[in-house]
Design a protein around this ligand. Structure first.
Ligand code: NAD
Length: 251
């Protein structure tokens, strides 16, 4: 058995012994569904600058930049992305009664599409789009059609539209933060998956969980600032590691 396989077996035992597992996910878990992480982005995606398309001041001054990005990249990539083996393994863990919730930084909705029930979206969901005037809610496909009619797209009331995501420069939704805090406080095993753990305040969760006495496991291809305090660190892909926790885990 290789060192990595031994660690995965140990991880599996830790899950078996835990009573309340929480998964915290970042862009890495969706990378194998074809949605690039910010730093891994290439091709057409890199034509657009996240400091512009994900920044609230920029969006309010020049919404057309975001909507061009939506039309060229965000909609085509996210509308055809499907949950991968990593998302699906978390669904199985929840159904087995081990996993009490997923806290995600992702805005792609793939956990819910996979079938996860208790998902806390810290940064919102790009598939939901709302009128900034009358608050009417639009779906992803509906707005794709509106974008063909006018750029930036407009609500039937004439108001501007905004995706329900937390842009850089905006506060995190209070409801999501308190639900996430409750999960972090209730868990005895906290698994961080596919997150560089550098975006605050989300990145503080592993530290809080560990401080409360929970075990901490990090599954991330690259090193993170919290590797040193984790009980297990796996620098491997989420879609390789997570399914091995739910199908016996043994080799
Ligand atoms: P990040 O881009 O900072 O880090 C992603 C991490 O995932 C990297 O450290 C990388 O090593 C790791 N990784 C890449 N592929 C992996 C794989 N297959 N398995 C395991 N790990 C893998 O992402 P972040 O920490 O989530 O934060 C960036 C911000 O970007 C978040 O706020 C998020 O809202 C946003 N974002 C979301 C999406 C999405 O919804 N899918 C995509 C890009 C960015």
């Amino acid at each position: 058995m290789s060192e990595g396989d031994e660690l995965i077996s140990k991880f599996h035992e830790m899950v078996d012994q835990a009573e309340a597992v929480v998964a915290f996910t970042g862009a890495g878990i969706s990378a194998e569904s074809g949605i690039p992480t910010y730093r891994g982005a290439g091709g057409l995606w890199s034509k657009y600058d996240p400091d512009k398309y994900a920044n609230i001041s920029y969006f309010m001054n020049d919404p057309t930049y975001y909507w061009n990005f939506f039309k060229d990249v965000r909609y085509p990539v996210i509308s055809k992305a499907e949950p991968n083996a990593g998302h699906k393994a978390l669904v199985e863990l929840e159904r087995s009664g081990k996993l009490i919730g997923v806290i995600t930084q992702n805005i792609d909705g793939l956990h819910q599409l996979a079938g996860s029930e208790n998902v806390v979206e810290l940064h919102g969901n790009t598939r939901r789009i709302r009128c900034m005037e009358c608050q009417k809610l639009y779906g992803f496909d509906e707005v794709r059609e509106l974008v063909d009619a006018s750029l930036p797209p407009a609500c039937s009331c004439g108001g501007g539209l905004k995706p329900e995501v937390v842009f850089f420069g905006e506060a995190l939704p209070i409801g999501a933060i308190s639900r996430a805090d409750a999960l972090v406080n209730d868990c005895d095993l906290f698994i961080s998956i596919g997150s560089s753990l550098v975006v605050f305040p989300a990145a503080q969760f592993p530290m809080v969980a560990k401080g409360n006495g929970a075990k901490l496991v990090i599954v991330n291809i690259d090193p993170t600032p919290y590797d040193g305090i984790a009980d297990i660190v796996l620098h491997r892909s989420a879609s390789e590691v997570l399914p091995r926790l739910v199908v016996g885990g043994e080799e």
